[in-house]
Design a protein around this ligand. Structure first.
Ligand SMILES: [Zn+2]
Length: 360
């Protein structure tokens, strides 16, 4: 009798108590950054090998280290339907514009090149004229735009060979260059701020905590902060109505597309690219879809995320399909995504029609 009671107790312990302890231990020790859920839902899973229409990627960088990597990249572009890739120079290249163009010369028709301002001697009376001469020379060599410029609060308008440290886009001394860009039909691609949660306290309420921790902005230093950056950008939009600005990454305003829409309504010289913000947009599929349909003429396709075929295909799945609740670990968030299922007319505009108009 005693023996059977002891067997029953052991069984009870193994069946119920041990799993409970394990689950409690996991709950206590699992860290958000290690959380990698897999959807168990029996729902459609669509692989989009190639964009529905030809694609112009207006936001990429000089990722290829050598000729072999450039060739592999072009093969991936072919497999995924990427007609042309724009290489934003910013401070990536670390060498003169001429060499940048030369590096990709074997596939010249498949890449477009952007230049950056040269801030050597910024503040001196002859700076603007010298920088304009460099800009014109680069335009003659094939530069299609200026960027990626950037400002996360401290003023850092990437440039070559000297970056624009401490300079914000509404600096009055930049005006002659911004006006020249309008005259030369060279749009400016600019990275303003970061997603808003990166400027907010890193605590249990921070919506994008995992990525915020990685890209966190230290606002204790002299920093315009999120609102100050938006104000400085709006000043530049207002003061240079003929200059076309592409605010990359949805102007880091995925959390408030109503506000972004109002800016697009107010400033006809403002465009956005969707590069590097799939994780922030596919989490609100209905709001983002409505926004992209409404502002389809002002949105450009961009990646900003390497050269892999899977990277393009994740984006196509989000833009084209009606899939729900899937995870893309590369994006680094703890939430799942849903496809936007954009109408064909809108896809065409975002994939290539708008870029063709802008870079005529
Ligand atoms: Zn970029």
């Amino acid at each position: 009798m005693k023996k059977s009671i002891s067997i029953s107790l052991t069984l009870l312990f193994l069946t119920f108590i041990t799993p409970l302890i394990r689950s409690q231990q996991l709950t206590d020790t699992l860290r958000l950054k290690n959380y990698k859920p897999v959807s168990i839902f029996n729902i459609p899973e669509t692989v989009v090998e190639k964009g529905k229409f030809p694609v112009i990627d207006v936001h990429s960088h000089d990722y290829a280290l050598n000729e072999e990597e450039i060739n592999a990249w072009v093969e991936n572009m072919n497999a995924c339907g990427i007609e042309k890739t724009h290489l934003l120079s910013c401070n990536w290249i670390g060498k003169p514009f001429e060499e940048f163009v030369k590096k990709y010369a074997a596939h010249a028709g498949r890449f477009a090149f952007w230049t950056s301002f040269d801030y050597t001697g910024f503040g001196e009376p002859e700076w603007a004229e010298k920088a304009i001469q460099t800009l014109i020379r680069h335009k003659d060599l094939g530069a299609v735009g200026v960027g990626e410029m950037g400002d996360k609060g401290m003023g850092d308008l990437y440039g070559y060979p000297v970056p624009g440290k401490g300079i914000h886009i509404d600096h009055p001394k930049l005006k002659p260059l911004l006006e020249k860009c309008a005259e030369l039909n060279m749009p400016i691609n600019i990275h303003i701020a970061e997603p808003k949660w990166m400027y907010e306290p890193l605590d249990i309420h921070n919506d994008g905590y995992v990525t915020s921790a990685k890209w966190y902005i230290d606002t204790t230093k002299v920093n315009l902060g999120y609102e100050g950056l938006m104000l400085s950008f709006e000043n530049a939009l207002k003061a240079n109505p003929k200059t076309k600005f592409i605010a990359c990454h949805y102007l880091n305003m995925n959390h408030d597309l109503e506000r972004l829409g109002k800016l697009l309504d107010k400033y006809p010289n403002l465009y956005i690219d969707i590069a590097g913000r799939m994780g922030e947009s596919a989490v609100t599929p209905r709001t983002t879809r409505a926004f992209l349909i409404k502002y389809a003429d002002r949105v450009l396709f961009g990646t900003d995320n390497g050269m892999n075929a899977s990277m393009y295909r994740h984006m196509f799945r989000i833009l084209e399909t009606n899939d729900e609740h899937f995870y893309i670990q590369d994006y680094g968030y703890h939430w799942s995504y849903s496809g936007l299922h954009l109408p064909k007319k809108v896809l065409k505009k975002i994939y290539y029609e708008n870029a063709k108009k802008l870079f005529r």
